[in-house]
Design a protein around this ligand. Structure first.
Ligand SMILES: Cc1cc2nc3c(=O)[nH]c(=O)nc-3n(C[C@H](O)[C@H](O)[C@H](O)COP(=O)(O)OP(=O)(O)OC[C@H]3O[C@@H](n4cnc5c(N)ncnc54)[C@H](O)[C@@H]3O)c2cc1C
Length: 650
């Protein structure tokens, strides 16, 4: 017979016998079996990996036991960055005060080589990028967003290396030549400055390590810098430039250096409009002697939804001394040659890292939280939701590491026809040249795709904790807020969808052809497993749909533009699905096979708006702008409402 018992603990009515045990997590490398397996599949040199792996294990510990408690301190409002515009005597100083924990993240980043390891080709060969980004994956979710300055720092390293003609892979040679025309070699003082900065950006000594900002966005536009950039650059007698302008979003405002765009003023005081008027400049944020800001005024720190640990400012350049680091008018081309790919990959790794952290905490919590008499870990429906989170992580991680691995191989290729084979990895057909096209198309797709999956996953992940997921003290809401920015900075989803179309058009479809070839190769790998076969068939069918859609419609700009986002997402699902398939074939593990099938077969890989084809109305315009069907004009817009009242401002 069941017995009924009532526990009395003390007299207080607020006492209870139940205090929920909090979720726990341990070494983030050792507890991530899929990550370890993926690295084993992707590394090109197992001996080097065996030597490097202890570093991953060590960082896996450090991020949990040392950095995580510090990153929680950064969530506390009083510990977040503050702008001190004046000193006690009224002098304008515009200092940004950051917490000791934030400074600690700088030390950890430097000493772990979260940027530097990616360039240590001498020691790590073709796997340098793979190793570096694995460190970032571990570091990011415990770093209190210090990963953001690191993304921009890595971008600046890549930029300066290309500008100096260092480690330029043969496939980048022509673009690098056009952007820089040996300008660094011709100007010894510019070369010396670039080398000085580069040495700091790559230092593993925390006292020497520099971070870099990227000040691109102005009030007129972040996506459209060609039209939005108003900053002008006036040439100085010593050959440097003085910059004047207002930068609307500058994260990592307390960085040591920054890259920025401006328009060079000609002698008659005019500037060239559009993209061809933009040049790229390198700025030292503070003067070397006095350590005062380099004619920069920080007007305010942004009051943001998330990323509150990270100082993001509006700043004015009031004659900021800068060096020209691109050919005049080739600023946009120069930043898009190597830098943009790098920062987008950082974003994707950050997206994976968020999913991973929330999933591992939710998994642990499922063992600790009981509902209706049993732990959540025994509840079928809860398990299904948790499984989807883990699958989202695996799909995004496999896709990201694959892209990282290809990028690393392109960067270290010796000639254009270098074959980028791996240890049992499909892709043996790729020459360095086609792999570089692949990286070009994959990076916008990967960035946008992983960002969206991450936002949805973190939102779902919070729900796995019930009410506690909504409580600030747990630290969980920070993940939710911070995830939201992943789809905005480094290019919004629609901007990246356009970028994908641009890559297709510019490469005359070659970029898509390479992608298609690689995916087909993965989906025709020998297997007798019917589960994997089903996943392969689904991906191949989706690929056929896309190929025929592109063939039939690419000339019709309007049709393709309207589905550009659907196309990007389809490429993301197909790309990630093909990576899961490759992993499953490689591992022979039944869970990997079933995961690939679930990802590739249970939700449509391609979702184009086919049903609109026979409809005689531009449904997008009609719905988006709420058009009046008779006049065809937007019903409510402008400054005055239907009753003649001024419409309220946001
Ligand atoms: C927390 C945070 C930190 C940031 N830090 C930095 C920084 O350090 N340095 C820096 O330079 N910038 C930074 N940014 C700015 C960020 O990069 C821009 O906000 C972003 O690029 C979008 O630009 P925008 O704000 O001008 O939006 P807009 O470009 O005005 O976008 C508005 C809408 O228009 C859409 N859109 C724009 N163009 C197109 C198109 N061609 N087709 C279809 N839709 C389009 C967008 O998708 C978006 O939905 C930061 C932003 C945030 C939120």
């Amino acid at each position: 017979m069941p017995t009924r018992s009532t526990k009395h603990i003390g007299a207080s009515p607020y006492s209870t016998s139940h205090f929920q045990d909090s979720p726990r997590f341990g070494n983030q490398y050792l507890e991530d079996s899929f990550l370890q397996q993926s690295l084993r599949r992707l590394v090109t040199d197992e001996t080097t990996f065996a030597k490097y792996e202890p570093q991953l294990e060590q960082l896996g510990d450090r991020v949990v036991y040392e950095m995580w408690p510090l990153s929680k301190q950064l969530n506390v409002p009083e510990n977040q960055p503050r702008l001190m515009q004046y000193d006690a005597w009224g002098k304008r100083i515009d200092d940004i005060a950051t917490h000791a924990a934030w400074k600690h993240m700088h030390v950890a980043a430097a000493t772990e080589g979260v940027v530097a390891d990616g360039y240590n080709v001498k020691e790590f060969g073709r796997d340098a990028r793979l190793f570096q980004f694995t460190k970032l994956l571990l570091y990011a979710p415990s770093s209190g967003l210090y990963s953001c300055p690191l993304a921009m720092t890595d971008g600046a390293v890549r930029y300066l290396k290309l500008a100096l003609g260092e480690d330029v892979s043969p496939v980048e040679e022509s673009a690098v030549k056009a952007n820089f025309q040996d300008m660094f070699k011709k100007d010894p003082s510019l070369e010396a400055e670039a080398r000085r900065v580069l040495a700091h950006l790559l230092s593993k000594d925390a006292n020497e390590f520099y971070t870099s900002g990227q000040w691109m966005t102005e009030r007129g536009g972040g996506s459209d810098v060609a039209q939005g950039t108003e900053t002008i650059a006036r040439k100085q007698p010593d050959g440097s430039y003085a910059l004047y302008g207002y930068k609307w979003f500058t994260s990592a405002t307390e960085a040591d250096v920054s890259l920025t765009l401006a328009r060079i003023e000609s002698e008659d005081g005019t500037v060239e409009e559009g993209s061809s008027g933009l040049s790229c400049f390198l700025v030292n944020v503070r003067n070397s002697g006095t350590k005062e800001l380099n004619n920069i005024r920080v007007h305010r720190l942004k009051n943001k939804l998330g990323t509150k640990q990270l100082p993001t400012a509006e700043m004015e350049l009031c004659g900021t001394k800068a060096r020209l680091v691109s050919q005049p008018g080739r600023g946009v081309a120069s930043i898009t040659t190597g830098m943009v790919n790098v920062t987008r990959i950082h974003n994707s790794v950050g997206a994976c890292a968020n999913i991973r952290r929330i999933t591992c905490l939710a998994r642990d919590y499922s063992h600790r939280r009981r509902v209706f008499g049993s732990p959540l870990s025994e509840n079928r429906l809860h398990l299904k939701t948790l499984a989807q989170l883990e699958l989202n992580y695996r799909a995004c991680l496999a896709f990201t590491l694959d892209t990282v691995s290809i990028m690393g191989r392109v960067e270290t290729a010796r000639n254009k026809t270098d074959i980028l084979g791996g240890s049992g990895v499909a892709g043996s057909i790729l020459s360095a040249e086609s792999a570089s096209l692949l990286v070009r198309i994959l990076t916008p797709v990967l960035k946008a795709f992983t960002a969206k999956v991450s936002i949805a996953s973190v939102s779902e992940g919070l729900e796995m904790f019930g009410g506690q997921g909504y409580i600030e003290d747990t630290g969980l809401p920070t993940f939710y807020r911070d995830a939201q920015v992943l789809s905005i900075w480094e290019g919004t989803t629609n901007v990246l969808s356009h970028d994908t179309l641009r890559v297709l058009a510019k490469s005359r479809f070659e970029a898509y052809t390479v992608f298609e070839k690689l995916v087909r190769e993965r989906c025709t790998m020998p297997t007798t497993n019917p589960v994997i076969k089903a996943a392969m068939d689904s991906v191949l069918a989706a690929l056929d749909t896309i190929t025929s859609f592109l063939k039939a419609n690419f000339a019709k700009a309007h049709t393709v533009e309207a589905v550009a986002r659907d196309l990007l997402m389809a490429l993301g699902r197909i790309g990630s699905g093909s990576c899961l398939i490759e992993h499953a074939v490689w591992s022979g593990n039944v869970v990997d096979a079933a995961s690939a099938k679930r990802w590739c077969c249970d939700t449509p890989l391609v979702a184009f708006l086919e049903s609109d084809r026979d409809v005689k109305v531009d449904l997008d315009r009609a719905l988006a702008l709420d058009l009046d069907p008779i006049s065809g004009s937007p019903r409510f817009h402008g400054n005055v409402d239907a009753r003649g009242k001024e419409r309220a401002k946001l």
